[in-house]
Design a protein around this ligand. Structure first.
Ligand code: HEM
Length: 158
């Protein structure tokens, strides 16, 4: 479970740098291979583009879709950048941001159980469709489950 804890700490770091993450609990080696397992930059892009396509096209995810801007391009590029760093890829996105706290960023969005569940369901579909490596898919889903549940708890919506 140290992998999970490391990633969760990473997501919650107030002023994250990859160097801090490297020192957290030794997850880096594993994470670098995760980036390769996903298929590098192309693999991350395929996952995220599929995620937003599913969100955009699935009536059951309308509440989640309506929280986003009409044009999903910016959200898509940010999630690509974020997940690339998280999986152990190049840190360009994070350096450009100068730090990023995922939980703070989402705390005023009014996320509730409904929209958190929709996010997770759309991501599960995208993972199933784009990530070949089953153990990695399950690890990612486990972390996303914890994160979305935490966001729903602190989001202040029903
Ligand atoms: C709990 C369900 C979630 C909901 C309802 C949600 C909703 C949103 C929305 C509406 C935005 C766009 C904000 C804007 O346009 O200003 C956004 C941005 C973003 N989300 Fe989420 N999100 C959720 C979970 C997650 C998770 C689990 C992750 C990471 C694995 C994530 C990563 C991001 C990133 C990186 C951005 C870009 C933020 C930025 O550039 O400042 N989200 N989210």
């Amino acid at each position: 479970m140290s992998w999970i804890k490391g990633i969760f700490d990473f997501f919650c770091s107030e002023r994250l740098t990859l160097d801090e993450r490297d020192m957290s609990d030794g997850t880096t080696k594993e994470s670098i291979s995760d980036y390769q397992l996903v298929g590098g930059a192309e693999g991350v892009r395929a996952l995220v583009e599929r995620f937003y396509q599913i969100m955009d096209e699935t009536p059951a995810y309308r509440a989640l879709r309506e929280m986003h801007a009409a044009d999903l391009d910016a959200a898509c590029e940010d999630l690509i950048g974020f997940l690339g760093v998280w999986l152990g890829g190049p840190r360009v996105w994070l350096e450009r941001r100068g730090g990023f706290c995922l939980m703070s960023r989402h705390s005023s969005m009014g996320i509730g159980a409904n929209t958190a569940g929709q996010w997770l369901a759309a991501m599960r579909e995208a993972l199933d469709g784009t990530i070949q490596d089953q153990p990695l898919r399950e690890k990612m889903l486990q972390v996303f489950t914890r994160l979305t549940e935490a966001m729903a708890r602190s989001g202040g919506a029903a």
